[in-house]
Write a protein that binds this ligand. Sequence first.
Ligand code: DNO
Ligand code: MN
Length: 398
Amino acid sequence: MIPDLLQTFRWFGPDDAVTLSAIKQTGAKGIVTALHQVPCGDVWSVQEVRKRREMVNKEGFSWAVVESVNIHESIKTGSPGRDRYIENYKQTLTNLAAEGMLTVCYNFMPVLDWTRTHLDYRLANGASALLYNATALAAFDLYILEREGAFNDFNPEQQQAAKLYLDSLTGSNKLLLTNTILAGLPGTDEVFSINEFKQHLRKYSEIDAPTLKENLFCFLRAVIPHAENLGIKMCIHPDDPPFPILGLPRIASTLADLTDIVNCCPSIANGITLCTGSLGASGKNDIPRIIRELGSKIHFLHLRSVQRLPDGSFYEAEHLAGSVDMYAVMKAIISEQIARKNAGRLDAAIPMRPDHGHKLLDDFNYSTYPGYSVIGRLKGLAELRGLEMGVKGGVVSG
Ligand code: DNO
Ligand code: MN
């Protein structure tokens, strides 16, 4: 028997409007959470980790994946102070392992986590989705942020479209766009001001993609042997979107990037989070191929689709619709599960979660973190579960 993927749901902790008892009804077995209250870079204490684990266990869930232990900016920029933050990171891993948490997601996106321009894009059926509008992003970059060098990144037609877009915005819509783009880490309400963001950008003025990648490798060379000793599997989340924005370098956007990352420090502890929605925002990414080539290093699955639009925009589609061939993705994942089973590996039940979801029905009546509605994700999980069962049934019966 090929085991089921481990169905999980993200929970932002006791302040999340989506409760554990609500999540119970989705059928998820595992929880994905993090100590969002601890400032990025500080050590997570064993006591706090235990408290969270007990909360999750009490409702009958496992704490399946830690998402994310975020990486302090000084590690990304290679600034003085990085060594101390690397030591803190290692201590956090030690404390997580002490409580049995052995899968740890992180990302290496400069300054911002995932970026969208609109959080309430209405689809024809009335559902609300997250949108990345390339023209809105350009309008922000060129005319609101007024970033030095931004004009080199857009051709004359794009610049003109951005100007028209800007002129169509009212003052409050301009602010909404700014706050949406400059949102801080998921699970926080933090939003950078334009000035704070500019200060961060300045730190990256000398950091191109090879330098940023080298800073990641430096982090991995320090952390991976430690994680391996603890039995922890680290898994990097790809860039979202998987192309450079706002002049910031990108290093986890393609198969080549992810291959460099796993090869820089070969170990089972040095793995990836396969996020089909993030990688799928670029038409150049062949996701089934990424799974075939790097499957043995996938420790966590984020499953959702995106609808790409001709001008480089995209919105989050229904989990099985849109531009990503989720059937081909699921087939590739199941082949990887079979390979693990045949190799005697014990981790064929890869944790997966319906990454984001639409706002549907009662989701409109209360506020959750963008993308983390309960009914929208429940629908996604139900569809993915059915897809998995269907593909597996096909494998078993012929
Ligand atoms: C985007 C989401 C993100 C992700 C973090 C991982 O696709 O999955 O919130 O969880 O960037 O560090
Ligand atoms: Mn994701």
